[in-house]
Design a protein around this ligand. Structure first.
Ligand SMILES: Nc1nc2c(ncn2[C@@H]2O[C@H](COP(=O)(O)OP(=O)(O)O)[C@@H](O)[C@H]2O)c(=O)[nH]1
Ligand SMILES: [Mg+2]
Ligand SMILES: [Zn+2]
Length: 293
């Protein structure tokens, strides 16, 4: 008999599959290992078919098709990503913010939320308010607990990945939400890990009816590796579509050098945030340079 469960972690050469109240250590059926198309085969977040062995362990017989996959670390079937930034320390550059946003857009996640942490450090309450028309923006403090009730409600179902630059307080927030997680806090641990080129293996941490993933995110992924090119980058800037219908070159306009561009006109009118458009142009250039490299 086969049962369906979800892979929540990989540890000691076993995939741990959650089925109801049970956590079943599983090995992979030999045939699957050789199937190149499945690639590195199973990843955390996958729904898998397992059969049981007499010793309470199991065998993964099949992997169900994935809705989406985040890269580095690899997590499948993610419901939402919370892009976490700090109001200060470290300072946020708009280009970095937009790099995270477009990588998240490219991953076909259902929900992208911006979370501004460390609001205890500054009285500038409207930090990133320009982005509120594009994304939900939460403002929180892992130190004072401000804003955590709303965050907890969002986290209580589905798989939520915390991504964002190092030092913004992702691990601190998860610890503030759920004390039992006891995740390491502070830049040092991540630096050591990176220095050793250790691949961080993601784990789904159980929270309410959902799962949380603490990760440095896809910060190290370059745009080309993520599948972005000069012809699809614009689709990750979701507000552009409202104005691209006015472009003379319609579907092929890259909104950069072309005349009669609806997007450029919208930037001039103030209907598109100039900071977003400038980030777009910079990343378009970067993609061109990466391709040549
Ligand atoms: N003032 C303040 N500091 C915070 C807050 N959250 C985290 N920190 C500090 O920021 C640093 C980095 O936190 P950490 O959780 O390791 O960040 P991560 O790299 O994103 O996981 C630590 O020194 C934390 O104590 C906050 O809400 N307010
Ligand atoms: Mg951390
Ligand atoms: Zn255009």
């Amino acid at each position: 008999m086969r049962e369906i469960g979800r892979v929540i972690k990989f540890y000691n050469s076993f995939f741990f599959v959650r089925i109801g109240d049970e956590l079943i250590p599983c090995k992979l059926r030999g045939l699957l290992k050789r199937d190149k198309k499945i690639g590195s085969a199973v990843c955390v977040g996958d729904f898998v078919e397992i059969s049981r062995l007499k010793d309470k362990s199991g065998v993964i017989e099949n992997i169900q098709s994935r809705r989406n996959v985040l890269i580095r670390p690899t997590v499948a079937n993610v419901d939402r990503v919370i892009l976490t930034f700090a109001i200060d320390a470290p300072k946020l550059h708009p280009l970095l913010l937009n790099r995270f946003l477009i990588l998240a857009e490219k991953s076909a996640l259902d929900e992208i939320i911006i979370c501004v942490n460390k609001i205890d450090l500054s009285a500038t309450e409207n930090f990133l308010s320009e982005y509120e028309s594009l994304y939900k923006v939460l403002r929180v403090s892992a130190v004072t607990g401000d804003g955590l009730d709303e965050l907890k409600e969002i986290l209580s179902s589905g798989v939520t990945v915390f991504a964002g630059p190092s030092g913004v307080g992702k691990s601190s927030l998860l610890n503030a939400v759920e004390k039992n997680l006891s995740l390491k806090v502070g830049k040092v641990s991540e630096k050591i890990l990176r220095g050793k080129h250790t691949t961080r293996v993601a784990e789904l941490l159980e929270y309410g009816n959902g799962y949380l993933v603490d990760t440095p995110g896809f910060s190290a992924v370059d745009l080309v590796e993520a599948g972005l090119d000069k012809n699809n980058l614009r689709h990750s800037f979701k507000e552009f579509v409202n104005f691209a219908g006015a472009c003379k070159f319609l579907n092929v306009c890259t909104h950069s050098h072309e005349p009669d561009c609806g997007v450029k006109a919208a930037v001039e009118r103030g209907d598109i945030l100039r900071e977003r458009y400038e980030a777009y142009l910079t990343l378009l250039d970067e993609i061109g340079a990466e391709k040549i490299r």
